[in-house]
Design a protein around this ligand. Structure first.
Ligand SMILES: [Zn+2]
Length: 192
C-alpha cells in the first residue's frame, strides 16, 4: 500500500472538494479522508501530469535561453569589439591583460617586481628598448640581485609578447607586439 495524491470531487458536500485540496490516501482504500467519497488520482502512479511537465520544460527552456544570452553578452563584452573577431584585440592586451590562465605566473611575476623595476629605471640603472625589454646599464653599480631581477623581468616580458602574438586577433608580429608594449604600456621607448 502506498500513499497516493488525489482530489475529492464531492463539491458542496466536502470541504476538501470545495477547497480544491490535494489529499493523500492509501491506494488500497482511495477515498477522501473528509467525506469518504472516491478520490480522483491527482498524479496517477507518481507520474507528472502533462500540464505540470509542460510547465517544467518551459522553465528549463527559459533558464537555458537566459544562460545562453547572458554568456553570449559576457563573451562579447570581454572579447569582441569588432564583429567577426574571435579573441581580444591587440589594444586590449596593451591596456590590460584579458583573462588568460596560461599567463597567470607571468602576470604575478610582473606585478611582484613592478616597484623594484620602477626603482631601477628611476635610478637610471635599467633602460627600456624598442624590443620591449630592459637593458642593464654598465658602470652604475648594479648588484647581482638587480641583474637577476632584470633577467626575470625580460623572461616574463618575452613570454607575454609570445602569448599575445599567438592569441591576438587580428594577428601581430612578435616585434610589433614587443615594440607597442615598450611604447604604450611600459612607456620606456622612445626614451625621454
Ligand atoms: Zn471529500
Amino acid at each position: 500500500m502506498a500513499l497516493v495524491a488525489g482530489r475529492c470531487k464531492n463539491f458542496g458536500g466536502c470541504h476538501y472538494a470545495d477547497d480544491r485540496k490535494v489529499v493523500e490516501a492509501d491506494d488500497g482504500a482511495f477515498v477522501c479522508p473528509g467525506c469518504g467519497a472516491p478520490l480522483t488520482p491527482e498524479t496517477p502512479h507518481g507520474a507528472t501530469t502533462p500540464r505540470r511537465r509542460g510547465r517544467r520544460n518551459l522553465l528549463i527552456g527559459a533558464s537555458l535561453a537566459l544562460a545562453a544570452v547572458a554568456s553570449g553578452v559576457g563573451w562579447r563584452m570581454w572579447c569582441c569589439r569588432n564583429p567577426g573577431s574571435h579573441g581580444p584585440s591587440f589594444d586590449e592586451w596593451i591596456s590590460g591583460d584579458p583573462p588568460a590562465p596560461e599567463l597567470e605566473s607571468v602576470r604575478r611575476g610582473l606585478a611582484e617586481r613592478a616597484s623594484r623595476i620602477a626603482a631601477l629605471k628611476a635610478a637610471g640603472k635599467a633602460l627600456g628598448t624598442e624590443h620591449g625589454l630592459l637593458d642593464p646599464v654598465s658602470g652604475v653599480g648594479l648588484l647581482p640581485d638587480d641583474l637577476a631581477l632584470l633577467d626575470a623581468e625580460n623572461r616574463d616580458r618575452r613570454d607575454l609578447y609570445a602569448y599575445v602574438t599567438a592569441h591576438v586577433d587580428p594577428p601581430v608580429t612578435y616585434e610589433r607586439a614587443a615594440n607597442a608594449f615598450a611604447m604604450r604600456r611600459w612607456r620606456e621607448w622612445p626614451r625621454r
